[in-house]
Design a protein around this ligand. Structure first.
Ligand code: 3H9
Length: 688
């Protein structure tokens, strides 16, 4: 009847199969024939039961996100679900792969849900700045209870079939041919004559709801939402499911959905969804990738250990190399400890930990790297040291092995040129802690071979990283822009701002923490060491380091920390130090506004991003957004720095950059050519 929705019969059970690759999204061309099929089957007396299944790799993974922001064509999902609920014969959703968002809402319109043992079910709309708008917030609590529904909807994290079964969301879990099982299941219920009740009329879950516990959970979520509207709306809507009649709760959900889908936050989050997928695309699709089975990591410090864990977590066997037996044992012991923490938290079983650890082999001999398909060095950030390591690698690595450096700043072209195989050399810039942080900057050097690059992008996905390919420059995309963001930090302090005032502006903006809190967390000595190596100075940060104030690890930095605590407490001593240094430099403190802090930190960040684009260091503005959201905590509700330009207004940004450029003469404020063009065309793309 349609290319996208087919109906077949197995005895008196009708099977409706949705076939809309790649993820069976509920696009208009699916909704229309699906609605028609359901109406026909409802009215067909020869049909005793209906199964809704999907072709391909997954059940419906949601509404078609590309349709949001455009007028919605009828029939909408809500109408399809409402129609399903008028069917007086058993309806069964047969779920394999992922039933997400509108997909799960479609399944909630059925009387029953059966799932393949490997299936996952969830309502991830919150990650797109939305709430489930097809009745999910009102129906899910009716099955699993409001507290569990709240957790699922606000986290957006899917649950497995077994958990879904235990929670009452799924009625049966099968292994083997799911459609056959679903047909048998549906046929049996039809023969027995029931019982079957639409989810809208069930209240098994709601009966157990403890509203006080729910409200406490919702209040906690509101505190953590950091200015995001969607989690709050999700919680409100689930609460409505408990306190309002079904239809009123459904109408309220709709109103919230309509508001959110038009919001800047949701536009920003949808932009990020596609940006992350776009970033992983390289020109030249047909490049044959190299085979990677065994990975070598040089350096078992914090970075090297984290990188080794990231690969082991992705299923690779890893050789960890150190210069001495002691350093190696220390590194392996840290890895062991990190996995033990996961066991204590319940995210890893003892068995899984044992298996994970068995993937590691330690060595102090470069010859042991001969079998590795990829070798990543994470040694001291010094060109001479890196070149020495690459010299040794060249002697032992097999032909075609990818040789990667984890440098944060150094010139990878120079490293590559020091070897006889520059085509195999590239940067894999992990972020600390490397086993946790999502971002991976893949640095393409001048001579990096396309297949080495494509292999690395593919590998990043396999180990659960969000990859962005960038070019060589000092600090690549992320750290180069970070330097621009921090270039006025000292000046702002000397002119009258306090660390906590600046950090507050950042957290109000939606960042998880401000730059001074971040410095204290990372260790102020790192920047100090780098500055010394480059002959640079920072009046206040250097003085703090000279006093042994390295941040959280010494209990004192820009802030004070109580023993073992991570909460920054403003320190009058630091504020006095800032005033003294200002006086020494002849600067009279003045009141600094929040706007000024934004203009002197975030506008230079954007300006640097525009320069990076101009130079081709990043291929797309959206790649820069992906870097900043996944590596540095730029608020997702603002879509990344380059997307935010559109929200803030490029003309205003340019005007204020010009003002500060005139006032300070500093290059970071000189508006980039591309930023000016963006202000004229409204787009970062060439040609507007
Ligand atoms: C919703 O349902 C709202 C309702 O409550 C209310 C309605 C009224 N739409 O991720 P992949 C594309 S909101 C359009 O690389 P994987 C994706 O862009 C939705 N396109 O695959 C990519 O395209 P390309 C709630 C979509 O195997 C291709 O499919 N649902 C959609 O790694 C492959 O994607 C979600 O938020 C979509 N819904 O992961 C689920 N989904 O090849 C979103 C994917 O051109 N999707 N595409 O780059 C996912 O989480 C993952 O795609 C999934 C598969 C886990 C399903």
């Amino acid at each position: 009847m349609s290319d996208f929705v087919k109906v077949s019969r197995d005895g008196d059970v009708a099977v409706v199969t949705i076939d809309n690759p790649p993820v069976n999204a509920l696009s208009f061309h699916v909704r229309e024939p699906l609605m028609q099929a359901l109406v026909e089957l409802r009215d067909d007396a020869s049909v005793a039961a209906i199964v809704i299944a999907c072709a391909g790799r997954t059940f419906v993974a949601g509404a078609d996100i590309t349709e949001f922001g455009k007028p919605m064509q009828q029939p909408e999902l809500r109408a399809i679900v409402a129609t399903l609920e008028t069917i007086a014969k058993p309806t069964v959703a047969a779920i394999h792969g992922t039933a997400l968002g509108g997909g799960l809402e479609l399944a909630l319109g059925c009387h029953f849900r059966v799932a393949d043992a490997g299936a996952k079910l969830g309502l991830p709309e919150v990650k797109l700045g939305l709430l489930p708008g097809g009745g999910g917030t009102v129906r899910l609590p009716r099955l699993v209870g409001a507290v569990k529904a709240l957790k699922m909807i606000v986290s957006g994290a899917p649950i497995g079939a077994t958990e879904a079964h235990a929670a009452g969301l799924v009625d049966a879990v099968f292994e083997g041919d799911l459609t056959t099982h679903a047909v048998n299941f549906a046929g049996e219920i039809a023969r027995k004559g029931g019982p079957f009740t639409p989810v809208r009329d069930r209240n098994d879950g709601l009966k157990q709801t403890d509203l006080a516990a729910f409200d406490a959970g919702a209040a906690d979520l509101a505190r953590k939402a950091r200015g995001l509207e969607a989690p709050i709306a999700c919680a409100q809507s689930v609460r409505n499911a408990v306190t309002l009649p079904f239809d009123a709760a459904l109408a309220a959900e709709r109103a919230l959905f309509v508001k959110l889908v038009a919001s800047d936050q949701s536009r920003a989050q949808r932009h990020l969804f596609f940006a992350e997928r776009e970033a992983a695309k390289l020109p030249g699709k047909d490049v044959v990738k190299r085979r990677i089975a065994r990975v070598g990591v040089i350096g078992a410090g914090t970075m090297g250990g984290g990188i080794a864990m990231a690969f082991a977590n992705g299923g690779y066997s890893v050789i960890l190399l150190e210069t001495s037996h002691e350093a190696l044992q220390r590194g392996l012991a840290t890895i062991d400890r990190n996995y033990s923490v996961s066991v204590t938290r319940g995210s890893l079983s003892e068995d899984a930990k044992r298996e994970r650890l068995a993937q590691f082999k330690g060595s102090t001999d470069y010859a042991d790297l001969a079998d590795c398909d990829l070798i990543v060095e994470a040694v001291f950030e010094d060109m001479a040291v890196k070149k020495e390591v690459f010299g040794k690698l060249e002697a032992v690595a097999k032909p075609g092995a990818i040789l990667a450096t984890n440098t944060s700043y150094l010139d990878i072209n120079e490293i590559a040129a020091s070897t006889s195989r520059p085509q195999d050399v590239l940067g894999l810039h992990f972020f600390s802690p490397a086993n946790v942080m999502k971002l991976l900057e893949i640095v393409r050097a001048e001579k990096t071979a396309p297949d080495a690059l494509a292999t690395s992008v593919d590998l990043a996905r396999r180990i659960g990283k969000v990859a962005v390919v960038v070019g060589v420059c000092h600090g690549f995309v992320g750290n180069r822009m970070l330097a621009a963001r921090g270039s006025e930090s000292e000046a702002l302090l000397l002119e009258g701002a306090t660390p906590s005032q600046i950090d507050q502006v950042f957290t109000d903006f939606g960042w998880p923490m401000g730059p001074f809190q971040m410095g204290d967390l990372a260790g102020l000595d790192i920047g100090w060491r780098n500055r010394k190596a480059r002959g640079q100075k920072a009046v206040i940060a250097d003085t703090l380091c000279e006093q042994g104030r390295f941040g959280q690890k010494t209990g004192r930095g820009f802030y004070l920390y109580e023993a073992g605590a991570r909460t920054p407490v403003p320190d009058p001593e630091v504020e006095a130090l800032i005033r003294d240094k200002a006086a020494e430099n002849g600067i009279a403190p003045r009141a600094i506004s929040a706007e000024e802090i934004v203009e002197r930190t975030l506008y230079p960040l954007i300006n640097e991003g525009a320069k990076i684009l101009e130079e081709g260091i990043a291929a797309r503005a959206s790649d820069i957004d992906v870097v900043w959201v996944n590596g540095y905590g730029f608020p997702i509700g603002k879509g990344g720095p380059m997307f935010w330009v559109g929200l803030e207004g490029p003309a205003r940004i340019i005007e204020r950059l010009e003002y500060w450029h005139q006032r300070t003469g500093k290059d970071v404020f000189k508006p980039a050519r591309l930023l000016k063009r963006m202000a004229e065309t409204g787009s970062w793309e060439a040609g507007g």
